[in-house]
Design a protein around this ligand. Structure first.
Ligand code: SF4
Length: 484
């Protein structure tokens, strides 16, 4: 796989990606704000939801055992998978034993994480994604770039091209026509499938219920039409009871898409029973660890409370510029910058926690109030402890420490640096910084420093103020950034 910085470089040059991300994240962000504003006591509900999630993490093992018992009582077969390979192996075994050859899937991040489709195809089991976005991703042979909107990076013209090239339908970029074409293809697959695969948005501990929320209704067809239904869910996806589920449903749709409630919320409590009209004949739940236990025992355990709403992606200035693929794994954005190194280990992923300005917008919008910046800092610390710090960086940090601990030296350096920077910026903007600093101006201009520092302005105003009155704080004029 390419290096993170190379992927970022590629993404920053992609104007189409930038336009698509700007439009979608802006729309989702404003819908979220409006929708949460219409929820009475939203702050309290968010606090309660956080308490419920954090509370159950304190005894995750015990809660999982209770959940397992209740699933079994409902006629569900439960399996435990230590990692992705084991989960895929279990699923292939279930399919083979039941004689299943054609699978339909509804959107599931857990199976993206385990690369399930690849292993199913290797085992000669056809698999088709039935969420519209995931279906396009599958046709295009790529991966989702957002937790909620897998094809946020694609324009309708690009989608039209993919469908034209891959399923040989006449080219159109009309979203309604594209959806109709996909619906016909997917209906055929639903009717012939013998295996339905889903993730789970939540698992309700005290009733052994699997909860799926979606806007397309495909999850209902995946769970009811095929003979066998297999759920692959991360072990952290639990909620204690239906009252707590109600809290989660209230904040999930609002934070994800700005809807008061998603169109379909399915609660599945076991396979079809005698006398029931709908449901599968055989139901399995695979509880996936894949590094979650390791996360639980460390300083970023809080991330296991994530309900995968995607709001932190839409609010993140880094995600909005580089999109999801630059993160290199299943989970993008601020949540991915924590989950990926958490699940896969910091080695190979140490750049991800650096992909944040630590502005705190993610913490602000997170419906369960996860302290994402704190966790990113924990991972940065861990990465530094793990890595061999290059000599040049050690010297640079030592030099900065020496200067910063001597105010006269710091001020002189800042003054000289300011003069030099202004010489590089005849029109007030620096187009290219020299040497190592050049990275800063590779994709944007840098504003030249103001001729007078804040402290100088403060002193001047203090000297000019009438006796006994505090000086008004200087307010520098704001100009938009020059992003290339
Ligand atoms: S970290 Fe919070 S905002 Fe981000 S996806 Fe998870 S629940 Fe949503």
């Amino acid at each position: 796989m390419s290096h993170f910085l190379d992927r970022v470089e590629t993404a920053l040059k992609d104007e189409e990606l930038k336009g698509a991300l700007d439009r979608a994240t802006e729309r989702l962000g404003s819908r979220r704000s409006a929708s949460l504003a219409s929820l009475e006591n939203s702050d309290m509900i968010r606090d309660m939801a956080r308490r419920a999630k954090m509370g159950l993490l304190k005894d995750l093992a015990g809660n999982l055992e209770t959940f397992e018992k209740n699933l079994i009582k409902n006629g569900v077969k439960v399996h435990w998978a230590e990692d992705g390979k084991a989960a895929n192996g279990l699923l292939v075994d279930i399919a083979k034993k039941a004689g299943c050859k054609r699978a339909v899937k509804s959107k599931s991040m857990a199976t993206e994480e385990t690369h399930l489709n690849h292993d199913l195809l290797e085992a000669d089991i056809d698999v088709l994604e039935t969420d519209l976005g995931e279906y396009i991703v599958q046709l295009a042979g790529t991966t989702p770039s957002h937790i909620i909107l897998p094809i946020i990076h694609m324009t309708k013209e690009r989608i039209g091209e993919v469908m034209h090239n891959k399923i040989k339908v006449p080219y159109t970029s009309d979203p309604e026509k594209l959806a109709k074409i996909a619906r016909v293809k997917l209906r055929e697959a639903f009717l012939s499938a013998d295996l339905g695969i889903t993730g789970a948005n939540f698992g309700v501990i005290d009733s052994g219920t699997i909860v799926l929320v979606s806007n397309e209704g495909n999850a209902r067809l995946v769970t009811t039409l095929p003979r066998v239904h297999v759920v692959v869910m991360g072990i952290e996806k639990l909620v204690p009871n239906l009252a707590d589920l109600d809290l989660m449903i209230k904040i999930l749709g609002r934070s994800a898409t700005g809807q008061k409630i998603t169109t379909y919320t399915s609660l599945i409590t076991g396979p079809r029973r005698a006398g029931e009209a709908d449901g599968c004949e055989e139901m399995h739940v695979i509880l996936l660890d894949n590094g979650r236990s390791r996360i639980l025992g460390g300083p970023i355990a809080e991330i296991l409370g994530c309900i995968r709403c995607g709001a932190c992606l839409n609010a993140c200035p880094v995600y909005k510029n580089i999109g999801g693929h630059a993160y290199g794994d299943t989970y993008p954005g601020p949540v991915g910058a924590i989950v990926t190194p958490g699940l896969r280990g910091i080695k190979g992923w140490k750049e991800l926690p650096d992909a944040s300005s630590l502005c705190g917008a993610c913490r602000e919008v997170c419906p369960v109030r996860l302290d994402i910046p704190r966790m990113l800092l924990e991972l940065r610390k861990h990465a530094v402890e793990e890595a061999k710090i290059p000599f040049s960086l050690r010297m640079g940090l030592w030099g900065f420490g020496e200067v910063a601990s001597r105010p006269w030296l710091y001020k002189t350096g800042a003054r000289l640096g300011g003069i030099f920077a202004r010489l590089l910026a005849p029109d007030g903007w620096i187009k290219k910084l020299p040497g190592l600093a050049g990275g800063w101006t590779r994709s944007r201009d840098m504003k030249a420093p103001a001729p007078k520092s804040f402290q100088q302005l403060w002193r001047e105003r203090a000297a000019a103020r009438p006796a006994g009155k505090p000086p008004a704080a200087p307010t520098p004029a704001r100009e938009p950034a020059h992003v290339r």
